[in-house]
Every structure is written in structure tokens, then in C-alpha cells.
Design a protein around this ligand. Structure first.
Ligand SMILES: [Zn+2]
Length: 73
């Protein structure tokens, strides 16, 4: 049997566990595309993401995406 990949089709909310990498931090801060991590000149609002610390504290971030990864809606 083939392993079943769980496709999580999250519309806009992405979850990161703390500690996050420098790359992930840039994405959370809206300095890089939340999808591909590219630091594009033009980044557009792309919903939000949350980060969860080991003690369960949830932080909410407004994130951005580059044009090809920007979803309408
Ligand atoms: Zn992108």
C-alpha cells in the first residue's frame, strides 16, 4: 500500500512551532513570501499565520505572499 500523504488544505492559516527558523521568522514578519520564502519587492497580504510556543501560547501574524502565490479571497 502506498503511504497516504495528508494534504492539509489550509486556506490561509499556517501554523509554525516555536522556535522558528530565521527563514520562517522572515515569512511571519511579512518580509518574505509566506509560501516560497522569496523576498520579493512586491508582497501582498496573504491572510495570517500563527506560531505556537512550547507552552501553548499562540501568536498571530499578518503574512504576505509574492504575486504568484497570492490567492484572491
Ligand atoms: Zn512566493
Amino acid at each position: 500500500m502506498a503511504p497516504t500523504g495528508r494534504m492539509h488544505d489550509s486556506a490561509t492559516t499556517r501554523e509554525f512551532s516555536i522556535p522558528v527558523s530565521q527563514d520562517a521568522l522572515r515569512r511571519l514578519q511579512g518580509a518574505a513570501c509566506i509560501v516560497c520564502g522569496e523576498v520579493a519587492r512586491q508582497l501582498y497580504p496573504a491572510g495570517h499565520a500563527v506560531s505556537v510556543s512550547p507552552c501553548g501560547q499562540v501568536l498571530r501574524w499578518n503574512v504576505r505572499a509574492c504575486a504568484p502565490h497570492t490567492e484572491a479571497g
